[in-house]
Each structure stands twice: as C-alpha cells, then as structure tokens.
Design a protein around this ligand. Structure first.
Ligand code: SF4
Length: 466
C-alpha cells in the first residue's frame, strides 16, 4: 500500500504534490519523495520517514521546479525498508528520464526479473515496481506510454501507477481496479491521486476514477485514454473501506464514511449486546464504524480511549519491536467513562491480536464491569498478495485459533466478528466486485511460486535456477 499523487499543468506542481502526500500520509510512513520536470531537467527529493520529515526544509520544494510532478509515500510490500526503495523511482530509458510511483503489489514476477537479469538488466532496487521500467526499456514505441502499454501486458497483480515522462503525466490502473485511483481538476491543473482526500486539500474537483485497465496520458493536448484493457469484473480491495482509506475519501464510487458506518450497523444487527452501557471505538480507524454500531444498537457512544496522534499507525510499521512499543505509547483510557460500565469496544480488524489484548488490559485498569469486543470485518485468515503487508498466516491469530480461543487470548467477556456475507452486503457494489481474499482465501488471481516480500533480496542457492 502506498499513496501516490501526480500534478500536471501548474507552476507549483511540486508544492501541490507535497500537500497531496500530506493528505495521504496514512497510506505509507516509511518514506516519501517527489520528482518534478521543468521541460528540460528532472529534479528529485526523497528520503525515509514521514512527509513532514523528508520535506522539513521547505526550501527543498524550491529545488523541484516545473509544471509536472509526481509524489509517493511508501509502505513496503515488496523490498525491504531502505532508502533505495523509496519512490518515485527514477531511471533513464534510452536518453529520456522516466519516474514511476506505484501503489499496489505485482505478483508472479520472480521468473520475469530473473530472466531480465540473465539478459543483462541491472536492478537498482528490490521493488516489484522496477520490473515495469525494465520491461519498458526493452519495449518498442515512440512514446513512453506506448512502451508502458507493452510492458503492462507482461505483469500481473495490483497497480495504480503514475509515470512522469517527456510526453507528460501517465496514469495506469490494473484491469481489476485493485487499488483506488482518482482523477481531479483545478482550473488548468490536472491531479491524479490514490484518494480524493488529496484532491480536497489542494482544492481540486473530483472528475472520475482512472478506470480499471485504463492507461491515460495528460499533457498540453488534455487528457487522452491511450489504452483500455478489456474490462474484467473489478476486484476492488474491500479492506480499503474497512481500514485503509480515510473516511473523508470517496473510493470505488462511494464515500468511505458511509460504507464504514454501514459495516458498523450490520455488525450491531449481527452481534448486539443489549445489556451494554456504552460503546467505544479504537480511534481513529474504527470511529466511523462505531457511530454506525451505536446508531443501530441504541447503545450510547462514548469516547473511552484517547489516541496520541504523534505516534504513527501501529499496523503499518513493519518491525514487531516497533509495533509493541507503539501500542503502549498510543492509547490512554478515560477512566470516568469506563469505570463500572459494561463496555462494547469496536475495532475494524484483528491481525495478530496483540494490539487488542494490550488495549483490553488497559481498559480493565479503568474498572469496567465487562468488556465485549466487536470487529467490523470478518476474521483475517489469509495473506494479502495485492498490496497489504499482513504478517505470515502463522502470525494471523484467526488463522491459528478458534473464536473461543481468540476470546480467551484477548481476555474479554465476549468477541464477535462481522460475517463475510454481512460485510459484502454492506457494500454499494455487488459482492463479486471485491477482493476479499484475506478473509475468504479466494484469490482472484492464481499466485504461482514465491511472492514473498523479500523475494528480490534473498540470495539464490543455485544461480542456475530459473
Ligand atoms: S487480500 Fe484483503 S487486503 Fe489484500 S487486496 Fe484482497 S481484500 Fe485487500
């Protein structure tokens, strides 16, 4: 998962990209970067950390001139946390600069990369994204966008791509529309971004999505669809609605806020606690589902946990050590709200279960009569191959334990998840328009061979393997 933004046709393109990255910080906190093009030269600034860290010296934006810019906030799903993997990546294809920002995760790439290496390609990163650039370099075509059309015929998986090329800004989305991708406009300025919250911040109006399978070019001739792969039934990542996207964004044609509330309402119908005194959320990602649960159940909504906003989201930090520390730093209880009450706590999902168990222990210290946990999505039992860095299946608590065992592990009075059917019925689109593989185990694409996060970092025991 990552956040991407592209700006075309504005003398302050890099500054607008910077603001768009700020709005999409939740999509990746490992690194950020911007590449701009002034018509003659390409300029780049990137680094590890939050957008505010990487661009702490705002003079940096002055070193990124041009009317065309793309930006990227990184959350790694292929390739380790390393400055060389922070986007946008920048290369020369023949004599022309090409920069690429990618949200998603490509699959079935091991053999392709090995073949390219055998034929002489030297990779500079361990990302899946770089494979696309090597395929473009080998393709023929007058324009980069023509080369991209050919390159994308050879890759599978999830991608929303922004490419800065001599002919303009290129946007491409995989035929399943796995990740959100929106297009907006503000006067003469074109904007493409992962989420509409980025458009809102810079005052751009949402026009439409980049369609699944569409490759488009934006330049002085306006917007032109260069290629549109025959439409498949989309497989939008449903987890974007559950957790990842901001509630003030509109993705896949619907408001995240509205659907997240619906998830909470359906959960209240499926798993009520009539004797509960209050319902509280795990801030911030479950705030909206909690409002839905409270309104449908009639249980009073209270603020029982306070989140320290200066600590990042625990789930998207990749190292376990950091994650544990983050949980302790991140929340505190409002004792007057919780003491002597029967409490329902809503969360959007449970991954390993350790965060929730620590939270429940914290809540207990405030003296509630009972603690019930309700989850606004089904149990996560399977790995994600398409852009979310879930741990291995052995580390997913619902893959390893029954509901009863998880209830005991969390030390709660009761636990219930939203059903798969209830989740899908809460959506505006038909059930088959979504990927829900991490819940159901039904992967829309067959995944062959090794697609691990470190696939391009391991040394092969036998170099003759292909
Ligand atoms: S497996 Fe889950 S997280 Fe991954 S794309 Fe599908 S729904 Fe989204």
């Amino acid at each position: 998962m990552c956040g991407i933004i592209g700006i075309y046709g504005n003398p302050e393109a890099a500054t607008l990209a910077y603001l768009g990255l700020y709005a999409q910080q939740h999509r990746g906190q490992e690194g950020a970067g911007i590449v701009s093009f002034d018509g003659e030269q390409i300029h780049r600034h990137m680094g590890q950390g939050l957008v505010s860290d990487v661009f702490a010296d705002q003079q940096v934006l002055k070193s990124l001139p041009g009317t065309l810019a793309i930006g990227h906030t990184r959350y790694s799903t292929t390739g380790r946390v390393d400055v060389k993997n922070v986007g946008p990546l920048l290369f020369n294809v023949e004599d022309d600069p090409v920069s690429i920002a990618h949200n998603g995760n490509l699959v079935n790439l091991g053999a392709t990369r090995r073949q390219l290496q055998k034929e002489g390609s030297i990779f500079q990163t361990t990302t899946d994204t770089e494979v696309i650039v090597h395929l473009m370099a080998r393709a023929t075509g007058e324009r980069m966008v023509d080369r991209l059309v050919k390159a994308l015929e050879q890759v599978e998986g999830a991608y929303s791509l922004l490419i800065l090329a001599p002919e303009g800004l290129i946007a491409a989305r995989d035929p399943y529309g796995w990740r959100p991708f929106t297009l907006g406009r503000c006067g003469e300025t074109w904007v493409a971004a992962s989420e509409t919250c980025a458009l809102d911040l810079i005052g751009a109006e949402e026009i439409r999505d980049v369609e699944p399978g569409e490759i488009l070019l934006i330049n002085s001739d306006g917007l032109q669809t260069v290629d549109h792969v025959t439409k498949q039934i989309p497989k939008h990542c449903i987890f974007e609605y559950i957790y990842f996207s901001r509630p003030d964004s509109r993705i896949y044609g619907a408001n995240v806020d509205k659907l997240r509330r619906k998830l909470g309402k359906t959960l209240a119908e499926e798993a009520p606690i009539p004797s509960a005194d209050i319902v509280i959320s795990v801030p911030d990602s479950s705030n909206t589902a909690t409002l839905g649960y409270a309104s449908r159940s009639g249980v009073k909504h209270e603020i029982g946990l306070i989140r320290n906003h200066y600590v990042g989201r625990s789930f998207i930090r990749p190292e376990q050590e950091l994650r544990d520390l983050t949980v302790k730093l991140k929340f505190n209880t409002v004792k007057g709200v919780l003491a002597d009450r029967e409490v329902v706590i809503i969360d959007d999902s449970i991954v390993r279960g350790t965060t929730m168990r620590n939270l429940v222990r914290l809540l207990r210290q405030a003296g509630p009569k009972k603690v019930h946990v309700r989850i606004s999505s089904p149990p996560i039992r399977h790995h994600c191959q398409f852009g979310l860095d879930f741990p291995t299946e052995e580390e997913l608590i619902a893959n390893q334990r029954t509901l009863e065992q998880i209830t005991k592990f969390l030390e709660v009075d009761s636990l219930a998840y939203l059903s798969l059917e209830g989740m899908l019925a809460s959506m505006d689109l038909p059930p088959d328009h979504f990927c829900a593989a991490c819940f159901s185990g039904e992967y829309p694409l067959s995944i062959e061979g090794d697609n691990g996060k470190d696939i391009f970092e391991r040394t092969r025991p036998n170099k003759n393997d292909s």
